[in-house]
Design a protein around this ligand. Structure first.
Ligand code: TYM
Length: 341
């Protein structure tokens, strides 16, 4: 259900921890760019408060925040068309996050698979920060602070957006209001789950052991090309139909990446490369990836040479974000009955 009383508004965010990968680009940023300037108001955030749920070196965090901002800008997020800011500059996120900590149930949090993956089990899980456990409720606050109706994310964030809907429903029910929208997750396209280049059963992530298993958005042309050419595959050529990829995770991943980079469906890629061997497909993929990604990587480096300008843009974005967030938080306090004299 998308409530018509709410302005069509998109919110999404990326953590500044460990640099951007091709997964972040295809699963998130590229789609954020596509949603810009259309029917939605678009708000994009560098979620630094989420990053510190695991240890971040204070000397590096500000630069990592700027680097994600540079990634957004270099990929085509226009700070005039979208609101672009970092979370720490809008304190309302943390305030609404606290209220949602009091709405969400411990049982709901216990079901979050990403916490289990990140925290491990037994004694390890006990050493995880309380912030890591509560993180999905802060994510719900990020979204609902703007009454966002749509949230584009990769597949791995689906459960968190569903939790956001549960929090909105429970808040509305408990306080007998129709105040927070039930946000729709937007998870579509061929690259909702970009996999590791060395093991097609694992997600491509910032934190994997080997650099060869991921494409970083700051990789130069030679590195991008080398990583695709060395990507793990099976010995079979590409199949004639999509069904032929069903049990071939590595092959499917490379087809998905090609499709997403070139704005095609995976059917179209299979039609074009039916029966092709890796000797033909991999160089084509490497060339395509270099053509699409190297200019972004170059532009990120250029932007990073002027950190003051990035800071200025993020500060301005934060002011605009606050204009939307403040009245929503104020009404939330009133609904909850918190006194502010
Ligand atoms: P984060 O920083 O881990 O990832 C940012 C976005 O990139 C997507 N993504 C991927 N998509 C496809 N394949 C992959 N291998 C891949 N890796 C990452 C993620 O799905 C995400 O869309 N909790 C969020 C950040 C967040 C947020 C929010 C998102 C905080 N508040 C509010 C949306 C709305 C996270 O950790 O994303």
């Amino acid at each position: 259900m998308t409530d018509t009383k709410f302005t069509p508004r998109v919110f999404s965010g990326i953590k500044p921890s460990g640099g951007l990968t091709l997964g972040n680009y295809l699963g998130a940023i590229k789609r954020f760019v596509d949603m810009q300037g259309g029917q939605f108001e678009t708000i994009y955030c560098v979620v630094d408060l989420h990053a510190i749920t695991v240890w971040q070196d204070p000397k590096e965090l500000a630069n990592a925040t700027r680097e994600v901002a540079a990634g957004y800008l270099a990929s085509g997020i226009d700070p005039e068309k979208s609101i672009l800011f970092n979370q720490a500059q809008v304190a309302e996120h943390a305030e609404l996050g606290w209220i949602f900590n009091c709405v969400a149930r411990v049982g709901w949090m216990n079901r979050m698979t990403q916490f289990k993956d990140k925290a491990g089990s037994g004694k390890d899980a006990e050493k995880a920060s309380l912030g890591l456990y509560a993180y999905p409720s802060l994510m719900a606050a990020d979204i609902l602070l703007y009454h966002a109706t749509h949230v584009p994310v990769g597949e791995d964030q689906k459960q968190h957006v569903e939790l956001t809907r549960d929090i909105a429903k429970k808040f509305n029910h408990d306080f007998k209001v129709d105040f927070f929208p039930e946000t729709t997750p937007v998870i579509e396209g061929p690259a909702m789950r970009v996999m590791n280049l060395r093991d097609g059963s694992k997600k491509m992530s910032k934190s994997g052991e080997s650099d060869m298993e991921r494409i970083n958005m700051t990789d130069d042309a030679d590195t991008i090309s080398k990583k695709f050419k060395k990507a793990k595959t099976d010995p079979e050529p590409l199949p004639e139909t999509l069904e032929g990829l069903a049990d071939r995770p590595e092959a499917r991943n490379l087809v998905n990446i090609y499709a997403a980079l070139n704005d095609m469906t995976n059917e179209q890629v299979i039609t074009e490369y039916a029966g092709a061997g890796w000797g033909r497909f991999k160089p084509a993929l490497a060339d395509l990836a270099v053509a699409k990604l190297a200019p972004i990587s170059d532009d990120m480096k250029r932007l990073m040479n002027d950190p003051a300008e990035i800071d200025r843009l993020l500060g301005r974005g934060a002011e605009r974000a606050r204009e939307i967030a403040q009245p929503i938080l104020k009404q939330t306090y009133e609904i909850v009955g918190l006194l502010r004299s």
